[in-house]
Write a protein that binds this ligand. Structure first.
Ligand SMILES: [Zn+2]
Length: 164
């Protein structure tokens, strides 16, 4: 994966300069509970409604607008391998971590494909985007839900695109 070699430098420092506690809190955020709750309050504040959580769809999206077929995933930067500096690889067992995260990325792509084939519009939001620019995230969701119809395939742009 082309994203990983760039992290070689960070790997030389212990946990990429994070304390063990900081690292572990990122690792533990796999369920995204905190980030999801944050998005819940943002959606409520923005008056966006009609979504449900944890519907039994491929990849278990975090938010689902059933009628207009929009799903939203909030992806933890660590587990989903975002190249934003939050996904430092622990120095010990680096290979195993990388494999785990690459497997997650492959699964994310597969999930996107499956859902899009079923006519879902798939929105993925990185936890760092939500932290840094919540209003932009809300605007994206507002647009997606107001369109109210499945978007023409935008390939992987939404997923890995230019929203750094
Ligand atoms: Zn990130």
């Amino acid at each position: 994966m082309s994203r990983w070699p760039g992290n070689a430098l960070r790997e030389r420092t212990t946990f990429g300069g994070l304390s063990r506690g900081e690292l572990m809190s990122r690792v533990r955020s796999t369920g995204n509970e905190t980030t999801e709750k944050r998005l819940v309050s943002l959606l409520r504040a923005a008056g966006l409604s009609g979504w449900r959580r944890h519907q039994p769809l491929s990849g278990r999206p975090d938010f689902v607008w059933q009628k207009i077929k929009v799903v939203v995933f909030v992806d933890g930067c660590f587990w989903h391998g975002h190249d934003c500096g939050r996904n430092v690889t622990p120095r010990t067992n680096a290979k195993e971590w990388r494999e785990k995260i690459e497997a997650n990325q492959a699964r994310d792509r597969k999930t996107n494909r499956l859902l899009r084939q079923e006519g879902w519009k798939v929105i993925r939001i990185w936890e760092c985007q939500l932290a840094k620019n919540p209003s932009r995230c809300v605007a994206r969701l507002r647009k997606a839900t107001e369109d109210g119809k499945p978007m023409v395939r935008k390939s992987e742009r939404d997923r890995y695109g230019s929203l750094e």
